[in-house]
Structure formats: structure tokens, C-alpha cells
Design a protein around this ligand. Structure first.
Ligand SMILES: [Zn+2]
Ligand SMILES: [Zn+2]
Length: 327
């Protein structure tokens, strides 16, 4: 569909990405009806709002449920109101995968009010809800930072033990179908944020190279132990058949990897200067390009970033970018 009455862009490709928000969700608790009008003076109320938006999301919700007065106070927080009005699925997603402990209402509002992918600067049409980041399709389906890890993989890769994981941002997956290939994820897995785990590993070991050395050393020891147990087993001892320790990463199918979609929801850009929500749009001339940027059908633009894209890749003529010939 053309955007803004022209044929240069279209709103969305005819494809479903099966991100977390595709899974049907229960309606958000909108609280009781007939809210009381708060009686605090405005200054005190604003102060209270400033405190409330810094709370992590479960604490804010718990406060909201205390009584009708608390409900009405929270519902008047402008940032909370904007989130529940325009992007309620982001709150649902955070509750569903259990990452609210690491995210405040202010964090979420700020990411909704930012258009750009934190990684590449393109329009980011999605939020990664373990740490609340705005991302674009091409980044969250390729970069390691947005592939949450099983706890065992996080400890193996970054030389951690279980106690190190306790305070790291962690999520529970929701069983369902994920990725454009609709791959089924059956179990409710516990996954940890890649970046946080890696950062912790580097902090503990002092540097990335020392962390990697430690990880290789531990894996070699585990393999040695496994080989010993295995030789005992094959020699006829009564020991159970040992399981080979994992020494390599799981296969990553990138845009087909369901784990890359379990913490992702589509999210509009709440542009304070605009009258409607912005979802970004695609460039018609990039529609047939499937490999590398700057020409790629998955890229999304705003009016301003489309201008920059056309300057970089050429005017769109008959559905193709045409570079101006220098005379
Ligand atoms: Zn990006
Ligand atoms: Zn283009």
C-alpha cells in the first residue's frame, strides 16, 4: 500500500513475522471503573508521578492495585497513559515474559518515543523486551546481542556459574509459533540476555580474552571428564551412558530462529510532534533487494530517513533507484 498518497513507499510487506505480540494476549488490567478524582494539589501530584515512573513495572502495577485512589493516580501519569493507550502490547509482553523487574515505566516510554534502532540508527519498528531496546528487523535477526541464551549456554560461553545469573535480565518464553517460518517453540524456556551475560563474564575475568581462555579451559576439562566416563561405560562398568557436554553454540537460523522472536514485539514510535502513531514504511524500490544494505526490503523509514535514503541510493523512477549522472 502506498504511504502518504505516493507510490514510493508501502506500509508493510504481505508477510507475518510471528513476533511475541502475535500470540493472543489477555486484556490488560485496566482497573476498576469510576475512578476518584485525585485531590492532591498539582505540584504534589507531579512529584508523585516523577517517583512512580522510576519504579520498575511490577512495583508500579502493584501500587496501582492498592486501591481506587492509587489506580487513578497511576492512570494520570502521562507516560503510563501514553503506553496503555498506544502500545499496551509492550506492557503485556513485559509481564508475560517476566522482565518488568529490569524496566521502569520511564524506560519504556523513552524507547517508545525514540524512532531509531539502537544498533544501526534505521527506523526500529520493534522493542526487544528483555532489556527494553528499540531495534530493527535486520539487527534483531542477525546480531548476537538480541539472541537470548539458555542459562547453560551463557555460563559455558562467558565463564559464569549459576550464581552470576541470578541478577541478570532473564525471560521465560511463551510457547507458540515464532519467526516468519512459523517455527513452534513448545517449552517454557528460561533465557538470559546475551549482552548482560557477556558483560558480567568480562567483569569477572578482567578482559574478554581472559574470559575466553577460561571458557575454553573449563570446556576442555568437562570434555576430558566425559571421555573418561565414556571409556568406563564402554568398558562395561555399571555407570549410565554419559551425556556429551555442549562445546559449541546452538545452530542459529537468524530470521528463522524462534529464539530471536520470543522477546520481540512490534512497537509504534510515539512522536510527540505528530498527530498519529508512526510505524515506519518500506521503500518500494528496495522491495526486490534481499541481501545487503543500503538496499534491503526489510529496512523501514520515516519521511526524513527516506529522504536521506534517496540521497544515498538515488531517486525512485519506475520503481527503481536511479543515480543521477554527473555531467
Ligand atoms: Zn538496526
Ligand atoms: Zn530504497
Amino acid at each position: 500500500m502506498p504511504y502518504g498518497g505516493n507510490e514510493l513507499t508501502y506500509a508493510s510487506p504481505n508477510i507475518e513475522d510471528y513476533t511475541l505480540d502475535h500470540i493472543r494476549y489477555v486484556h490488560l488490567d485496566k482497573g476498576q471503573r469510576g475512578h476518584l478524582v485525585p485531590t492532591q494539589r498539582l505540584g504534589a501530584l507531579e512529584l508523585l508521578h516523577m517517583v512512580l515512573i522510576q519504579l520498575d513495572i511490577p512495583s508500579l502495577t502493584a501500587f496501582r492495585r492498592v486501591n481506587r485512589r492509587a489506580t487513578s493516580i497511576v492512570d494520570l501519569v502521562p507516560q503510563y497513559k501514553a503506553i496503555t493507550t498506544h502500545a499496551p502490547v509492550t506492557l503485556w509482553g513485559i509481564f508475560t515474559i517476566g522482565t518488568g523487574r529490569w524496566i521502569s515505566c520511564q524506560d519504556l516510554y523513552e524507547k517508545l518515543s525514540t524512532a531509531e534502532c539502537e544498533s544501526c540508527g534505521d527506523f526500529g519498528g520493534y522493542l526487544y523486551l528483555i532489556t527494553c531496546c528499540r531495534v530493527c528487523f535486520l539487527c534483531f535477526t542477525v546480531k548476537a546481542d538480541y539472541l537470548p541464551l539458555r542459562q547453560a549456554d551463557a555460563t559455558r560461553k562467558f565463564g559464569l556459574d549459576r550464581s552470576h545469573l541470578e541478577n541478570l535480565p532473564t525471560m521465560k518464553t511463551v510457547p507458540g509459533y515464532y519467526s516468519p517460518r512459523e517455527i513452534k517453540l513448545r517449552d517454557r524456556l528460561t533465557l538470559v540476555d546475551y549482552r548482560a551475560a557477556r558483560r558480567t563474564g568480562i567483569a569477572i575475568h578482567g578482559s574478554e580474552s581472559k574470559m575466553n581462555e577460561h571458557s575454553v579451559h573449563i570446556q576442555a576439562k568437562k570434555l576430558e571428564k566425559y571421555n573418561l566416563r565414556r571409556s568406563k561405560h564402554t568398558a562395561g562398568a555399571a555407570n549410565p551412558n554419559p551425556r556429551r557436554p555442549r562445546t559449541e553454540d546452538e545452530f542459529d537460523g537468524y530470521s528463522s530462529n524462534p529464539k530471536r522472536f520470543v522477546a520481540i514485539v512490534r512497537a509504534p514510535f510515539l512522536n510527540p510532534g505528530a498527530t498519529s502513531l508512526e510505524w515506519g514504511f518500506h521503500c518500494s524500490a528496495c522491495r526486490s533487494h534481499h541481501y545487503n544494505r543500503p538496499l534491503h526490503w526489510r529496512r523501514k523509514f520515516t519521511k526524513d530517513s527516506l529522504k536521506a535514503h534517496i540521497e544515498e541510493c538515488g531517486e525512485i523512477v519506475d520503481g527503481k533507484h536511479v543515480r543521477q549522472q554527473l555531467i
